[in-house]
Design a protein around this ligand. Structure first.
Ligand SMILES: [Mn+2]
Length: 226
């Protein structure tokens, strides 16, 4: 999902996903008017439709910081997409600042029904909602209800919720693959499936080639949008 300001990143993310073997891509357009800029094969979803389906989350919009509101949509977006795919299919969510260098089909749930990416910050591991994979399960409705219950009191909603929720929910946990959600916080694994380009203050040693490849991909997208 992305707004106009993140359009190039969103397109680059989706393009890299499709180029590496991903199928059935969807994009939640947070603003109107750029659906036609999406690559062929990407299905645009409208924010108005999500908000009409879940008026309870939409009702929190006016009184919250925009960024927090947007983050809290992930729990609902996952279900919106599950409604559009075949029964039993899995849905992979990726932030628009994610970029694929490997096959997204390598990301698997194993025994889980909901798996989220991990980040390691100052030696503590926490779940990151920048990337998750899920099947239809009771976890999603529980996540949604927790988002609604806490969205006015917790900052950085989804990720904090995820830390609390995933610890206690049987069938949820960290995605088992290495190389998923690599970022400026990570050691480079032998193979990178996807890199999370959250604006780092400093590019870590050894990560330069990934940043250069990403910059080139973004440039190409921006050039195509002109
Ligand atoms: Mn992100």
């Amino acid at each position: 999902m992305f707004d106009r300001g993140h359009l190039a990143r969103g397109i680059a993310c989706l393009r890299s996903y499709l180029q590496h073997g991903g199928t059935s891509a969807f994009a939640l357009c947070l603003e109107e008017g750029y659906e036609d800029k999406l690559s062929a094969g990407v299905v645009p979803l409208r924010l108005a439709e999500l908000e009409a389906r879940w008026p309870s989350i939409a009702a929190t919009k006016a009184t919250r910081e925009r960024r927090s509101y947007i983050y809290s949509l992930k729990a609902f977006l996952a279900e919106m997409v599950l409604d559009r795919v075949a029964e039993g299919d899995e849905v992979l969510y990726a932030d628009s600042d994610m970029f694929f260098f490997g096959d997204p089909r390598e990301i698997k749930l194993g025994e889980l029904t909901f798996g989220a990416a991990l980040v390691s910050i100052r030696s503590s591991l926490r779940f990151n909602a920048g990337l998750f994979l899920c099947r239809r399960s009771a976890f999603l409705s529980w996540w949604q209800s927790c988002v609604l219950a806490c969205c006015h009191t917790l900052a950085w909603q989804d990720e904090m919720y995820l830390n609390l929720l995933l610890e206690g929910w049987l069938g949820s946990g960290p995605l088992p693959q290495e190389g998923v959600n690599v970022g400026h916080w990570s050691q480079l694994p032998p193979a990178v499936v996807c890199y999370h380009f959250q604006a780092p203050l400093k590019i870590p040693l050894g990560h330069e080639a990934f940043h250069a490849a990403y910059d080139a991909a973004l440039e190409e997208v921006i050039h195509g949008l002109d």
